[in-house]
Design a protein around this ligand. Structure first.
Ligand SMILES: [Zn+2]
Ligand SMILES: [Zn+2]
Length: 822
């Protein structure tokens, strides 16, 4: 026997990668005759090392895109780099290299790593967000937003990361302790004049998920993030004659207007501007001291649920507008300026924080809602607050209003008397996009002493980011320290003016990269309209769920805003979204360099080959779940790949297989095909790989039984390689070529399931008892002898003749009859 070719992954993989590239096999061009499929995977930061998480996100996405291609879709699967931003800049600072040099060297390296995946990227469409030809359009989009009233500049207290030396958007402040999403440092507040996008204007539209197939979980995260609450704004008045009517108005937002009669005091945040105006002379010293210590605490310290409530009386009173009661105004740090108006009406009977505060300081607790399932409540004896669900009591003219109508009736009451109005509040805030860092797209604004903030005219874009900058962080924008760049002339009057020295949040760049892929070098607009018309919207978007409340909200806002401006069409940018889980380290912890538990895909590829790494990443866990890495687990897929190699390279000598062997083989092949087709449709990659492994077993058996070389065998091999192609594209291509089939397996269509072959064939067995026909039973044709016996004995007709006695003997003639001797 001739020597079999041995499986050397490195040779095969680099050979085919070069060939595919040279042939432009994965180039996606407009083809009106075919249905397009835009498969998008989230683009990486050029951090310098593609990690296993990238592979986990991208290679199953690639397999899915390949599957769609084989199903006849014209598939575009692009890649690029989100190359502006803090990670690049921080690393550059650490290594003392220019961020640009560092970034582009990393891009160079990551391109090679990305190529090693054997993914079907269309590299002609590569887009790099730090290229001037890209950020020219990021700047253009900024100008458009500003010209349409959706970008504005405002002085406000903003979240500042003292480690990253920059402001952050609300979405980039994470967790209860309010830490920086990038570096984990707790953020502090700073008053700064900053640029914002009006995301809040789209809050209601962003809550509409009806035009998309996105995971429930992401919809829920976004819904909670947007945080819509319905209620009323009610105006209380400070009882202080030295204040004007407007000054004395204290507006509170409440989601429970039906508890207005239960407000027995008000609380202002220590930072509330009214505090110093209303404080009485007797209380001034106490209040000043309290305000001092409160501002030294972080929001999280102040808001902690288990923290003992503290506060001081201001000496002032407010008038409750619904009953004209005079109630005390307290200053307490459990109320924050960042939520609502910085002032609350305290309803201690029905709010636990207010309750604790009232008990501590001896303030009245008044029940205004009586739950039907509870004995009558008395404020004086309650030990905790009671949720406000029930009939209104102690509520003046509204007493007796049933719980289901209390909300609306109360708001009507307030509105009729002009004490306030129905309001919808959102937790969502406008998107703060100014960053006091160097490595980003300059904000295209010039400040003129006479004309104020002036847009840089479109024809002067891009505003180039200068290379010669002191980019080490000083706490202010590095571009501020570059006089020749900063100083310019006003586009309106031509007199000396200064450039905006902040750069844009990089989430701005990634909000529209899916559009730049359409035509990355197009110079007459952000994208070529012809490409847009054919490819958009994105059909399948894949990536991490951690972007649910950042990128995935920003990009939807961006699309909706530019839909209204008239730049893009359709309700949503991405029709379908699927999220992968996280690959944890073997110790079930997050992979991190400091823990030393990082799995390097490069090492795995050189040891096992990209095909095996791809197969393992699809196989080891449910894709949407992820799980801990298991270094010995990869041996399974490695064995499978080698065995597949051996099975298809060994010459197939024909034996004398029975018809049953061939029928079984066909059935298994088509059953597997049917399952794998469904699994690919549903992004269930782990069962794709396990089904291929099982089918290998069945095919090996059939071959041992002489099936090799038959038409059924050839069909099985052909279908097997096509099914392998999306998972392990290199070895599938190599085997396809080895068997003399026309290049390329990746241009083949996905096989059709033969439903007739899938269904198990049925036969009728004659059942005799002591030689006489007593029944006829229908069974699968390939039924085993034991199963046939069992089925015959289970027949009621047979049992009638046999009675309780076990049969003396049972004879089976396969496919024909069962004879029972009683
Ligand atoms: Zn930070
Ligand atoms: Zn001017």
């Amino acid at each position: 026997m001739a020597d079999l070719p041995s499986y050397i992954s490195a040779e095969i993989e680099s050979k085919w990668q070069k060939r595919w590239e040279a042939d432009g096999l994965y180039h996606a061009d407009i083809d009106a005759a075919r249905t397009k499929h835009y498969a998008l995977t989230m683009l990486p930061y050029p951090s310098g090392d593609l990690h296993i998480g990238h592979w986990y996100a991208m290679t199953p996405s690639d397999a899915r895109a390949r599957f769609m291609r084989m199903r006849g879709f014209n598939v575009m699967f692009p890649i690029g780099f989100d190359s502006f931003g803090l990670p690049a800049e921080n690393a550059a600072i650490k290594n003392q290299v220019h961020p640009k040099k560092w970034t582009y060297a990393n891009i160079e390296r990551m391109r090679l790593q990305l190529r090693s995946m054997g993914a079907m990227w269309d590299w002609r469409r590569e887009a790099i967000s730090s290229d001037p030809e890209y950020y020219r359009w990021s700047q253009w989009f900024f100008t458009q937003l500003r010209q349409h009233g959706l970008a504005y500049r405002k002085m406000s207290p903003v979240d500042w990361c003292p480690n990253c030396n920059t402001t952050l958007a609300r979405e980039q402040v994470w967790g209860e302790d309010r830490h920086c999403e990038r570096c984990g440092t707790p953020v502090i507040k700073k008053d700064l004049e900053q640029w914002f996008f009006r995301t809040t204007q789209y809050a209601e539209e962003l809550l509409d998920f009806s035009h998309m197939d996105w995971p429930e979980r992401v919809q829920l995260l976004q819904t909670n993030w947007i945080g819509k609450s319905e209620g009323a704004e009610v105006h209380f008045m400070v009882d202080n004659e030295s204040l004007s009517v407007l000054e004395s108005r204290l507006t509170v937002f409440t989601t429970r207007p039906d508890t207005l009669w239960g407000a027995t005091f008000m609380v202002l945040a220590p930072e509330h501007p009214l505090v110093e105006k209303i404080v009485s002379s007797q209380q001034k010293a106490v209040v000043d001291a309290y305000v001092q210590q409160a501002t030294r605490q972080t929001d999280i310290q102040r808001e902690a649920a288990d923290k003992e409530k503290t506060g001081v009386f201001s000496g002032a009173y407010a008038i409750n507008p619904v009953n004209d009661e005079r109630i005390p105004i307290w200053i307490a740090d459990y109320v924050l300026m960042t939520y609502g108006t910085g002032a609350i009406m305290a309803v201690p009977a029905h709010d636990q924080r207010d309750f604790e505060f009232a008990r501590k300081y001896g303030l009245e607790v008044r029940v205004v809602v009586q739950p039907s399932d509870k004995p009558p409540l008395y404020g004086a004896t309650m030990v905790e607050s009671v949720p406000a669900n029930g009939t209104m009591v102690n509520s003046g003219p509204l007493t007796g209003t049933p719980g289901d109508r209390a909300f609306d009736v109360s708001i009507d009451y307030v509105e009729e008397r002009q004490l306030g109005k129905r309001t919808i509040n959102y937790r969502l805030r406008d998107w703060l996009i100014s960053r006091q860092r160097y490595w980003g797209a300059p904000i295209p604004i010039v400040y003129c002493p006479e004309h104020g903030a002036v847009d840089v005219p479109d024809e002067q874009l891009p505003v180039l980011l200068p290379d010669d900058v002191e980019w080490l962080p000083t706490g202010q924008s590095p571009l501020k320290l570059h006089p020749s760049w900063k100083n310019t002339t006003c586009p309106v009057c031509g007199k000396p003016a200064e450039r905006e020295t902040d750069t844009m949040d990089t989430f701005m760049c990634s909000s529209w990269y899916h559009l730049r892929y359409l035509s990355p070098h197009y110079a007459s607009g952000p994208f070529d309209p012809e490409q847009y018309a054919y490819w958009m919207p994105v059909d399948t978007y894949t990536g991490g769920i951690e972007h649910a409340t950042m990128h995935l909200i920003y990009t939807r806002f961006f699309h909706k805003a530019f839909h209204d401006i008239g730049v893009v069409q359709g309700p949503e940018p991405m029709s379908q979204l699927r999220n992968q889980g996280i690959v944890l380290a073997e110790d079930s912890e997050k992979m991190s360099k400091s823990r030393g538990n990082v799995v390097s895909p490069d090492d795995l590829v050189s040891r096992y080959g990209a095909d095996t790494v791809r197969a393992y990443l699809m196989f080891f866990a449910r894709w949407d779940m992820g799980g801990p890495w298991n270094s010995s687990g990869i041996e399974g897929p490695a064995r499978w790949v080698r065995r597949a190699w051996n099975l298809f390279t060994e010459p197939a000598t024909r034996g004398r297989p029975s018809a049953e062997v061939l029928r079984t083989l066909r059935r298994k092949v088509h059953q597997t095909l049917k399952n794998i087709t469904r699994d690919f449709e549903q992004f269930e990659f782990n069962t794709v790989v396990s089904s291929l492994m099982e089918l290998w077993n069945e095919m090996s058996k059939a071959r041992d039984l002489g099936a090799g070389g038959t038409a059924e065998w050839d069909e099985a091999v052909d279908i097997y390689l096509r099914m392998m192609a999306p998972v392990t594209p290199h070895i599938a291509e190599e085997l396809w070529a080895y068997l003399g089939k026309p290049y390329s397996v990746h241009n083949q269509s996905w096989p059709q399931v033969d439903e007739a072959a899938v269904t198990e064939e049925q036969v009728i067995l004659v059942v005799q008892v002591n030689g006489k026909v007593r029944d006829r039973i229908t069974v699968p044709a390939e039924i085993t002898e034991d199963a046939a016996k069992e089925a015959a004995l289970a027949s009621p007709a047979v049992q009638k003749f046999l009675g309780d006695k076990p049969p003396r003997k049972v004879i089976v003639v396969p496919g024909k009859l069962v004879n029972i001797v009683g």
